[in-house]
Design a protein around this ligand. Structure first.
Ligand SMILES: Cc1ncc(COP(=O)(O)O)c(C=O)c1O
Length: 476
């Protein structure tokens, strides 16, 4: 063996040992905010990034997010193999387009779309894009109808009615599209859409009302059936105005309620619900980001919003805002549908509910908290500290919800504390989201840690009891 070759071999060995120990010769030499001048080898690049990400929270212990944090190995392989497919290239990837089409059909069926309509839908990057599309469709349709009725559509901004428990994407929609957001405040003891006042916010410039099937704040459902009845009444009494419609933002409930409460009418069984959106990466059990929207009939999606892309020598309609993106999440979503089927989804969701309820009931049992959601219907636990709360032995509570979040964080659990929305903004809550990958064992471990934190706080010297302002942790 030539000296040079041996030397090279030794260097390789040294390099791999260094790599094994996470020692990188480049560390500290590579600029962080400018592009490095020269290339580095792939292993080192990977290791450097892996090490950088090490101290980020463990996603499985992140009880702040609704987003899926675990998929099966087979799904991961499939998704990794299909990362290169561009979802918009329908003619290059017609089978992928077919899988997307199947998903839309599966969802339309789960949401009880009527047989007599010509429904249509699409995948999106997430619920935010889907809500944006829903809002645009409502605005365009309202404008077309208003013009036809001879209204002056420029006299003032069109408006959208929604409860203050809305997710930020609706504020974005209203800002981007010059729509006045009419917010129905929630009450400290009721965090869903107030049906007794919602119609006071509606007029002939209303493009639609958004009902939320699983609010971001507490996971509770708006009463969409009650809302549908009010809207039916309104339309009956105002034949001279643009038709009032409902969009259901079912980011959380869209792939949960159909399995757990199939008899609950919140979907296309209600005649005034014209579109429904959901996040595939929430209870659709797929990694982020994938979302879906379905319109009950193509008349609710004005044709100005439909563009044609070439497809197998012909044309295919597309209505997404985004153009290029990987199709792997769509394929991951279809994998879940195929793999789990109806029974699988039901079992997974039932198990998740069981975990949530275990946590919710144990939190209630401490006697320190009032619960908005105990995890019975949706796998979300949401609670506030009781006024003048006392431990069972009479010790007064001197800490607040932010202190409790900090304590839980020390044990690895990420549980956000944040103020409730307009109408109940003085109330600070914590919210725990249980996901499909949150097993009962994990729920038990969490309860143990939660109780230990309460005990620690009882004896802790809480230095500053001022409430931190703003939200603390993620509220998506
Ligand atoms: C009710 C609601 N709508 C919309 C969204 C936005 O969803 P995405 O993160 O999929 O864009 C969320 C996210 O939590 C939500 O809870």
């Amino acid at each position: 063996m030539l000296y040079g070759e041996k030397n090279k071999e030794t260097l390789e060995k040294v390099r791999s040992v260094l790599l094994d120990f996470g020692i990188k010769k480049h560390e500290g030499m590579i600029p962080k905010y400018k592009l490095n001048k020269t290339s580095i080898d792939a292993d080192t690049a990977k290791l450097l990034i892996e090490n950088q990400l090490l101290d980020e929270g463990n996603s499985r212990q992140n009880l702040a997010t609704f987003c899926q944090t675990r998929m099966e190995k087979q799904a991961q392989e499939l998704m990794a193999e299909t990362l290169d497919k561009n979802a918009i290239d329908k003619s290059e990837y017609p089978q992928t387009a077919e899988l997307e089409n199947r998903c839309v059909n599966i969802l339309a069926d789960l949401w009880n779309v009527p047989d007599d309509g010509e429904y249509l839908g699409t995948s999106t990057v997430g619920s935010s894009e889907a809500c944006m599309l829903a809002g645009m469709a409502m605005k365009f349709r309202w404008r077309n109808q208003a013009k036809a009725l001879g209204m002056d559509v420029r006299a003032r901004d069109a408006n959208l009615v929604i409860s203050s428990s809305y997710q930020i994407c609706w504020e974005k929609f209203c800002t981007y599209w010059d729509v006045e957001m009419r917010v129905v405040p929630v009450q400290p003891d009721k965090l869903t859409l107030d049906l007794s006042s919602v119609m006071d916010y509606v007029d002939e410039y209303t493009i639609g009302i958004v009902g939320i099937q699983g609010t971001t704040y507490s996971g509770e459902y708006d009463d969409i059936k009650g809302l549908d009845a009010l809207v039916a009444d309104y339309n009956w009494n105002h034949p001279d105005r643009p038709e009032l419609v409902i969009h259901v933002d079912a980011a959380c409930g869209g792939m949960f309620t159909p399995f757990i409460e199939p008899e609950l009418k919140w979907d296309f069984r209600l005649p005034n619900v014209v579109s429904i959106s959901t996040s595939g990466h929430k209870y659709g059990l797929t990694y982020p980001g994938v979302g879906w929207i379905v319109w009950r009939d193509r008349k609710y999606l004005p044709k100005e919003l439909i563009f044609e892309v070439s497809y197998l020598g012909g044309h295919m309609p597309t209505m997404a805002i985004n153009f290029s993106r990987s199709a792997s999440q769509i394929i991951g979503q279809y994998y879940n549908f195929l793999r789990f089927g109806w029974e699988g989804f039901l079992l997974i969701h039932q198990r998740t509910l069981q975990s949530a309820f275990h946590i919710g009931s144990n939190i209630a049992e401490t006697g320190l908290f009032e619960l908005y959601n105990e995890g019975r219907r949706t796998p979300i636990v949401c609670y506030k500290l009781k006024e003048n709360a006392r431990y069972k032995d009479g010790t007064p509570v001197v800490w607040n919800m932010y202190d409790l979040s900090d304590r839980l964080r020390m044990r690895g659990w990420q549980v956000p504390a944040y103020p409730l929305p307009h109408g109940a903004e003085d109330v600070i809550v914590q919210r725990i989201v249980c996901r499909g990958d949150f097993s009962f064992n994990m729920a038990q471990a969490f309860v143990q840690d939660f109780e230990a934190c309460l005990e620690e706080l009882k004896h802790a010297h809480v230095l500053c009891n001022e409430q931190k302002s703003g939200s603390y942790g993620f509220t998506y």
